[in-house]
Design a protein around this ligand. Structure first.
Ligand SMILES: NC(=O)c1ccc[n+]([C@@H]2O[C@H](COP(=O)([O-])OP(=O)(O)OC[C@H]3O[C@@H](n4cnc5c(N)ncnc54)[C@H](O)[C@@H]3O)[C@@H](O)[C@H]2O)c1
Length: 348
């Protein structure tokens, strides 16, 4: 019988989605799970029929006989757990944001190179029909050279775990920018070919959440809105915006708009939900065309399938540590620029 990859999962909130992804893959099995919350650990083991359970991730890395692991804990633990897992000889799929900051992300990537193991970042919004369909249009040259874009995720009111780790800077590293903005930034950068940032100007606010936190007596030490303007070495400019609480028209608004020399594209959510439409705008023979995209022309793997395939095929995964570092650099730059009140230039 063909051997299956033995995979462990650390952190069983979002981690349970990873778990389901692996369990539905004929080339993988979930051999062990880990959570510091024993009740969650027990419930998950029972629901998914998993024998080996651990409350200490490092012990699981050493003892469970694994090939690979998913890290889906609060952000603060991404770097230390990823590095220990890589040192233990395991491939790692780490949740977004890759880390708390660029320095940590660079250390993770170094550890992967040293261990000669795969490190993939779960930029899950790339792995959809609509994202792949748009990427095909870009790769086919329909958009031309992208020189301007805007990528946005706003919620009118939508703080995850208000008062918990998501809203604690020490555990999360930041607020909606690092939580939601990270997805829209990755999608835009991926479609743009991951250009090199040279300068960033950002602003961050804590206005509506601050008032709500005081009213409800909750801890809230991150921004509720951040935005930034990023200029790249190839001359392109991108605007990024993310918020958990903003006075806008929709409950949840996601849009990525990219404009190129030959055409433009938009991916946006429908009716405040998690379904997306994609459109491409071109001009031919003096006529303007709007094309609505149906679906990708190639099969779209889930991130969990892509992680497994990349290991079995001995190749880099689609969402790499290098890309994760570039994302962290931009997020760090926006936070730093907001703090300093001036633009931040990257050393080239
Ligand atoms: N890719 C996506 O679309 C997506 C969606 C949701 C969350 N996430 C990411 O997943 C991560 C987890 O988010 P969540 O919503 O599942 O949070 P959560 O709080 O629901 O779950 C985190 C779990 O990790 C456990 N945990 C904490 N420290 C641990 C440790 N040291 N070892 C083992 N377990 C530990 C907690 O007990 C908890 O059960 C975050 O980085 C978040 O940004 C990604």
């Amino acid at each position: 019988m063909e051997q299956k990859l033995r995979i462990g999962v650390v952190g069983l909130g979002m981690g349970s989605i990873h778990l389901k992804g692996y369990q539905s893959n004929p080339h993988a099995e979930v051999a062990a799970i880990c959570d510091v919350n024993e009740e969650r650990l027990r419930a998950c083991a029972q629901e998914f029929n998993i024998e080996q359970t651990f409350t200490d991730a490092n012990e699981m890395f050493r003892k469970a006989g694994l090939d690979a692991v998913s890290i889906a804990t609060p952000n603060k633990f991404h770097a230390p757990l990823t590095i220990t897992a890589l040192k233990a000889g395991l491939h790692v799929l780490c949740e977004k944001p890759m880390a708390m900051n660029t320095k940590e992300a660079e250390r993770m990537n170094e550890a992967a190179k040293k261990a000669r193991k795969n490190l993939m970042i779960n930029f899950s919004f790339r792995f959809s029909e609509m994202s792949f369909a748009l990427k095909q249009q870009v790769d086919a040259g329909v958009i031309g050279d992208i020189y301007y874009g805007r990528t946005v995720w706003h919620r009118r009111r939508g703080i995850p775990g208000f008062g918990g780790w998501f809203t604690n800077k020490e555990l999360a590293g930041g607020g909606p920018l690092i939580d939601l903005g990270v997805h829209r930034l990755d999608l835009a950068l991926w479609l743009m070919g991951y250009p090199e940032p040279v300068v960033v100007s950002g602003s961050a606010y804590n206005v509506i959440a601050k008032e709500k936190a005081a009213q409800d007596d909750k801890a809230y030490t991150v921004e509720d809105l951040a935005c930034g303007l990023i200029k790249f070495k190839n001359g392109a400019t991108l605007i990024l915006e993310a918020s958990w609480m903003l006075n806008i028209d929709e409950d949840e608004k996601m849009i990525t708009m990219l404009c190129g020399t030959k055409g433009g594209l938009v991916q946006k959510n429908i009716g405040g939900g998690y379904d997306f439409v994609g459109e491409v705008y071109t001009e031919e023979g003096g006529h303007l065309f709007t094309k609505r995209l149906d679906r990708s022309m190639v099969p779209v793997p889930s991130p969990y399938q892509e992680f497994v395939d990349s290991i079995l095929e001995k190749r880099q995964p689609l969402a790499t540590g290098e890309q994760g570092i570039k994302v962290m650099k931009i997020l760090d730059g926006i936070y730093k620029s907001a703090e300093l009140g001036r633009e931040v230039r990257y050393r080239q």
